[in-house]
Ligand binder design. Structure first.
Ligand code: GCU
Length: 420
């Protein structure tokens, strides 16, 4: 099997449940010193900050403090009050980080339900996209991204640049009409605006804004690309907080695959996100690292050396030495609702490992007074699968992708938790 990045991994990858080696997960409710976390207060004051630090130092890298505050400017570049066949208001807003003509920018594409208003604010879904904002809907008014694109991210990319042929190519992955019809705003940003997804030694994207004099790349415990993508999600949330029609206390962050890893990391760090959806996020996302099934840490470090921090590299083949595992990333979202969405044919992402991570995060949700995961065992895949409870789990047939049926589940989960 070749993965999305073209690496042939069959030879070394385990897909046999019987060959999963025994492992012991770190206890989310025990501090590094071995103290039991027996109250919500101990979780909030001691264990949560400790886990965040461990993920920063060993996995995603910490977001550095910039040498000087980064000036952020918003510029509205388009508005269409009759978008999506008259169902939505569309805005495009260019967000500039820092001063000068070369300052990095991220372009926000926003769809609001037509009847959203300052007195009738709506919840929102926010997610990064792989293909550029112009690919997210068939809306001819959306500007074509001029940013660098990976050749493997959809049709219509020529010499790493989007062409008109790329317009609307992933409309079914975003279901913008349906999202606004269900009463939510949809906001999205092309992930490459924050950090183009290739290993360039961190010269492009937002990383250089954070360098100290003389610094040319992040330190071993500082952020990689996933950290920058998560940072961008938080900056987009800042922007959504200025949109009068949006209820910024009800913003769900959603991400697929590597961007699911980024959504989880954003939701873990930034408690302003009201809800998190991880779709097929797999290794380094929702699935357990210690479970040797599908992708492993060595593959992540080898194929995508720019995603995680340099301190993650020594854990290749030594997952049992990690001071954390991914159930604790999910636990960092507690008590906020999190939906873990897996696909049957997405064995590379280890659907069962994603379920087990949700299950192992459950005690933290319970400690904080929610109902956690309301499933006792790994369910069989079903088209309309969605479990109740604050840790939702979805397991559907089919491949690694975001489908319209996934959006129905995301919206149903958000209705249950944000609209009650
Ligand atoms: C690769 C990678 C995964 C990642 C996926 C994606 O398959 O190995 O970790 O989730 O790409 O982002 O599509």
């Amino acid at each position: 099997m070749a993965t999305a990045d073209g690496v042939d991994v069959d030879a070394q990858t385990n897909y046999d449940e019987a060959a999963v080696k025994p492992y012991t997960l770190p206890d989310p409710l025990r501090t590094a010193e071995g103290r039991g976390v027996t109250s919500p207060e101990l979780w909030v004051k001691v264990r949560r900050p400790e886990l965040l630090r461990l993920f920063e130092t060993n996995v995603y890298g910490r977001t550095p403090t910039p040498p000087k505050p980064i000036a952020v400017a918003y510029e509205m570049v388009s508005e269409d009050r009759e978008a999506l066949g008259g169902k939505a208001v569309r805005r495009e807003v260019s967000v500039r980080f820092g001063d000068g003509a070369d300052a990095p920018r991220m372009e926000v594409l926003l769809y609001l339900p037509k009847d959203a208003a300052e007195g009738r604010r709506v919840p929102a879904f926010l997610g990064l996209n792989f293909e550029g904002n112009h690919a997210v809907s068939r809306d001819p008014g959306v500007r074509l991204s001029t940013a660098w694109m990976r050749a493997d991210h959809g049709p219509g990319i020529v010499d790493h640049k989007a062409t008109e042929a790329a317009r609307g190519t992933v409309a079914d992955r975003w279901c913008a009409e349906r999202v606004v019809e269900r009463g939510y705003a949809l906001a999205t940003v092309y992930y490459g605006d924050l950090d183009p997804d290739f290993d360039d030694g961190f010269h492009n994207g937002v990383h250089p804004l954070f360098y100290r004099p003389g610094q040319t790349k992040p330190a071993p415990d500082q952020w990689g690309a996933i950290g920058a993508w998560a940072w961008g999600l938080s900056r987009t949330l800042d922007y959504l907080g200025t949109v009068p029609e949006i209820d910024s206390a009800k913003v769900a962050v959603m991400g697929h695959s590597r961007l699911g890893k980024a959504a989880l990391w954003a939701g873990a760090q930034d408690t302003r996100f009201a809800l998190v959806v991880s779709n097929n996020s797999g290794e380094g996302g929702a699935s357990l690292s210690r479970r040797n099934f599908g992708e492993d840490v060595a593959h992540l470090n080898k194929s995508f050396p720019h995603w995680f921090c340099d301190n993650y590299k020594p854990y290749s083949g030594r997952e049992d030495k990690l001071p954390v595992d991914q159930h604790e990333l999910i636990a960092l979202i507690a008590p906020r609702p999190v939906l873990i969405s897996s696909a049957e044919d997405d064995k590379w992402a280890d659907p069962r490992g994603e379920f087990l991570a949700g299950q192992a995060a459950d005690p933290v949700y319970r400690l904080l007074g929610t109902d956690g995961l309301l499933l006792h065992g790994w369910p069989s895949p079903a088209e309309d699968s969605l479990s109740k409870g604050t840790i939702g789990y979805r397991y559907r047939p089919g491949k690694h992708d975001v489908l319209p049926s996934d959006w129905e589940a995301f919206l149903n989960f958000a209705d249950a938790h944000l609209k009650k």
